[in-house]
Design a protein around this ligand. Structure first.
Ligand code: GDP
Ligand code: MG
Length: 171
């Protein structure tokens, strides 16, 4: 829309979904505050964080929502998805069951854009190969990236690719 002074403003709602303990809250805290919590429990607290980036000289704001532990009870509500224009679907590369769940999460959300294999620092106990992540993403038409909220690998990139893609679709 048009802001003060006629400059365009963008605000996108993005949701982070995936099984419990894959690192969703830590990806968000790493991206928004550059923080990592090794002992994080189900909920870190806030519902969403707003993060700005500049694209084409314009300020693009992303309101990024975290499930706050609802995924444990399969209780992610439609209110959580309402208005969302992008999503990161996260699995844990060291736990195959979380990769097997990706399809179920995709069924719930038709706006999905980015598949995220988190905890890529856990190479020694890897249970899902990079190739498997890539080919699932290709089959489902998603972007793909392996990340680590712990050592920061690709966290910024993963969020910014989604935000840029949405921007490209609306601008
Ligand atoms: P959520 O339930 O999906 O929100 O997952 P959390 O963010 O609460 O993380 C679950 C656990 O995995 C916590 O003990 C985190 O410290 C740990 N964790 C999250 N991201 C990473 C990562 O990139 N690498 C490693 N090694 N551990 C991580
Ligand atoms: Mg969480």
């Amino acid at each position: 829309g048009e802001g003060e002074g006629g400059g365009e403003e963008y605000l996108f709602k993005i949701v982070i979904i995936g099984d419990s303990a894959v690192g969703k809250s830590n990806l968000l805290s790493r991206y928004a505050r550059n923080e990592f919590n090794p002992n994080s429990k189900a909920t870190i607290g806030v519902e969403f964080q707003t993060q700005s980036m500049e694209i084409d000289g314009k300020e693009v704001k992303a309101q990024i929502w975290d499930t706050a532990g609802q995924e444990r009870f399969r209780a992610v509500t439609s209110a959580y998805y309402r208005g969302a224009v992008g999503a990161l679907i996260v699995y844990d590369i060291s736990r195959r069951t979380t990769f097997d769940s990706v399809g179920r999460w995709l069924d719930e959300l038709k706006i999905a854009r980015m598949l995220v294999g988190n905890k890529c620092d856990l190479e020694t106990i890897r249970d899902v190969s990079v190739e498997e992540g890539k080919s699932l993403a290709e089959a489902e038409g998603l972007f793909f990236m392996e990340t680590s909220a712990l050592d920061s690998t690709n966290v910024k990139k993963a969020f910014e690719i989604v935000i840029r893609e949405i921007y490209n679709n609306v601008s």
